[in-house]
Design a protein around this ligand. Structure first.
Ligand code: CAA
Length: 357
């Protein structure tokens, strides 16, 4: 088995590591004060980081999925909030259009998203359906050349800052996906959630109040929405796993500056195991191979490693504001884009079917 990265992947690591240390780090104080980093998103755009795995034909950087995951990992080592902004934008804000959009939809939306001129978000979770995503209550009724959507979505990352929302609602033939532009009448951005971590990334409620979406903005067929959500969450979960890996490694780096004996050995093994799972899942996706089971394994393990290592780091190094931030940022990686319990369900379903590597 070949464990070496390609020259292009190594180059991505060097470039993003440098960018994270030199640029991203300077935004942390404002982000910790709760400010969304619009200027940083522009800087990421000027470094061609907003469409890493998107083909050049649609304005992306045309690099492989593993290079994109390396970028999330390196950004998250410095700022996990920045990691999630990019992960949600790319994996579930842009990629659904690339995978399921018509040529017209791809040409309209992807170049602007991949260049970073526009930011993407993903509206799946509802107040009464998080893990059981298929039980959503938001409705979409056909009305002439439009669909009218009604319902509410919660915990929407990038919500309010985004220009394009991939939204899911129940239509006549089942859960259906839509591309919704900022400024659409009836799209109401609600309150910012007060969070314990990931300060500076946005998490909001989004309301669809008699929201009119043109038929041309339906993504895929009616009833195909759940599959679209799940297929893109496979990639999304590798992104969150890479974010967790970044947090775990940052906490380990902090811990290494102190004499913590064998605890450092435990941390080193966990970081390395998480890295192998995350990079393997990303490698499979880069090759266009099935990676649902491996994505869930990576997310389940890396998020647990992040919480454990950040917790141990905080306990041993009192007074470190960085250790405190890593701990606050780690917890949600076990919750969003499918809780750890959901990852175990996905893994067990694959085991029962005998699918995956
Ligand atoms: N790719 C493609 N299709 C898939 C799929 C995948 N990975 N997983 C499932 N499907 C398809 C199945 O093939 C099946 O299709 P058919 O009906 O044609 O056979 C259909 O979807 C239903 O599949 P399941 O029977 O497995 O579905 P389920 O209802 O039993 O539940 C679940 C599956 C795993 C529990 C799912 O509901 C789930 O993943 N829940 C968690 C939701 C989630 O992750 N939410 C995250 C919100 S986004 C977020 O957090 C972003 C953010 O802001 C950070």
């Amino acid at each position: 088995m070949e464990f070496r990265l390609t020259d292009a992947q190594e180059q991505m690591r060097r470039k993003v590591r440098e960018f994270a240390r030199q640029i991203v780090a300077t935004f942390i104080p404002k982000m910790e004060a709760g400010e969304f980093p619009f200027e940083l998103v522009q800087k990421m755009a000027s470094q061609q980081l907003m469409g890493i795995p998107i083909p050049t034909a649609y304005g992306g950087s045309g690099q492989d999925f593993l290079s994109y995951i390396i970028a999330i990992h390196e950004l998250s080592r410095v700022s996990a909030a920045t990691g999630v902004i990019l992960s949600v934008h790319t994996s579930v804000g842009t990629n659904p259009i690339l995978s399921f959009g018509t040529e017209e939809q791809k040409k309209t939306y992807i170049p602007k998203l991949a260049s970073g001129e526009w930011l993407g978000a993903f509206c799946l979770t509802e107040p009464s359906s998080g893990s059981d995503a298929a039980a959503m209550k938001t409705t979409a009724h056909k009305n002439g050349s439009d669909y009218i959507l009604n319902g509410s979505k919660v915990f929407i990352t990038n919500g309010g800052a985004a220009d394009v929302y991939i939204a899911f609602a129940r239509a006549e033939k089942g859960v259906t996906a839509f591309i919704v532009e900022k400024g659409t009448s009836g799209l109401v951005i609600g309150k910012d959630e007060k969070k314990m971590g990931l300060n500076g990334s946005k998490t909001v409620t989004v309301l669809f109040d008699q929201m009119s979406v043109p038929l041309a903005n339906r993504l895929g067929a009616e009833g195909e929405g759940f599959k679209i959500a799940m297929a893109n969450l496979d990639g999304g979960r590798i992104g969150i796993a890479a974010q967790a890996l970044g947090i775990a490694e940052a906490a380990f780096d902090e811990a290494k500056q102190h004499d913590l004996g064998v605890l450092l050995a435990d941390m080193a093994v966990s970081v390395e195991a998480a890295r192998l799972l995350v990079y393997r899942a990303a490698f499979l996706r880069s090759k266009g191979l099935s990676c649902g089971k491996e994505a869930s394994m990576a997310k389940w393990f890396a998020s647990k490693a992040a919480v454990t290592i950040a917790g141990d780091c905080l306990r041993e190094i009192s007074g470190s504001s960085r250790a405190e931030r890593y701990f606050r940022d780690a917890k949600v990686t076990e919750i969003y884009e499918g809780t750890s319990e959901i990852q175990r369900i996905v893994i067990s379903k694959h085991l029962a079917k005998g699918t995956g590597i």
